[in-house]
Design a protein around this ligand. Sequence first.
Ligand code: NAD
Length: 493
Amino acid sequence: MSTDVTTPGELTSFGVATLFIDGKWEAADTGATFDVTDPATGTIIGQASDAGGAETDRAIAAASDAWPAWARETAYRRAEVLRAAHDLMVERAEDLAHLMTSEQGKPLRAARNEVRYAADFLAWFAEEAKRVYGQTIPSNRSSHRFTVLKQPVGVVAGITPWNYPMSMITRKVAPAVAAGCTIVLKPAEQTPLCAAAVFKVFEDAGFPPGVANLVTTQRPEQVGDRLLDDARVRKLTFTGSTEVGTVLAGRAAATMKRVSLELGGHAPMIVFDDADPEHAAKGVSLVKFLNAGQACISPNRIYVQRGIVERFLEVLTDRTAALEAGPGHQANVGIGPLIDQASLEKVQRQIDDAVGRGARLLVGGRRLTDNGLDRGYFFAPTVLADVDESMVIYREETFGPLAAVIAFDTEDEVIAKANDTQYGLASYVYTRDLGRAVRVSEALRFGIVGVNDINPTGAQAPFGGRGSSGLGREGGAEGIDEYLDVKLVGLAL
Ligand code: NAD
């Protein structure tokens, strides 16, 4: 880490008190902590408080007590604290980005982009707070009126993953707080310091006590059990794997909580032969290796029309080979480490399976261990050609730097193949034919379609999936609706 930035410890300055409950920083009741490790070097960069059920109960109680007053505040007041949080986050962006690189591994430039993205949700929902419009509906009776109100659902439980350790938090906390809800958030055990630094921003921005509470733990089931079983919690918002999300949604049904789920994906990328293969290959290399492939919208199946597939592979292979892997604080690093050993093994297993079934390995294909990289979880960015339906990678989310390319012949064929998945989050199309762009984007059964666009996301746009990729939307005008109940008021005159 360079010497002119604040270290994670200084930035968070919590010691081991990383629980933020009712406006106060606390250690776990038992004093228990867990280590936080830099995935690039294996170095322990700090400790976080290891909360259990009792601390979670207190956080729920704080959120529940704070809720009525927060719900009564004007939208303008709620907007004020969110705007202040946005401004503080932008002010601290450099320190936050360095912390993120140390804790999660992404290159500094990508970490800076994520901090900006995280702050965008605070600004966007500060404005959306003021636009929670109700409705009047003409009644079928002359002496009668209908009015529709939108009211905050109450206490929210938020559970977030490690791969986007700041923006996934603001994408939940900002709309919840804007709507007049209060929240208890449990971040991933790999990235509790990023979460604490974001909550420090909330504290300093003037969030009233109890409005946003943070419970760090390395025992997610214990905290999750309390959040899910407590009837005071009226909504679960979860981002993470489909496996865990499915179990939690089932549990939430027992107390009939509202649920939104942002889960895994298996994005198809379709490159038609009317597109420029070089431009498309450049786009694919950018989006595929972003965050070392650890993104839910990462292309997992790259379909390229047969006439341009070899040229496409040539450019993609060259660009992939040129990517420099290393610790994210180093200059020129284009790809950081994976999060852990299990992730390395999963990528290797998918490659071995595919090559064993006839895929061509064009570049990469192995763990990187030279020049000190063996201390971290680095995997060489990889390109596989001739991938087909028989291979594990064709169905299983990779979450690693592995580009799997499949040749196709016709538009109808590729649409059918792209849609042949349980997932439905992101999809991408490269074409210069306008009619085709419209036809294909309408036919793809996914929540998001990028047409000649590798970044179809933004705080102002609704993000979310269908099928096994989840329920509900985050961001956009839709994002705040997830935290609002609809109330019908009938009035007999
Ligand atoms: P994960 O499901 O293992 O963990 C996600 C969160 O759930 C973590 O905070 C974890 O501690 C918590 N958790 C796990 N078991 C729990 C339990 N029993 N009770 C309560 N909480 C529990 O997922 P991950 O490996 O951290 O993240 C990767 C996954 O997230 C990928 O599948 C990826 O596609 C998905 N993801 C989706 C989006 C999206 O917006 N759709 C965004 C980022 C990541």
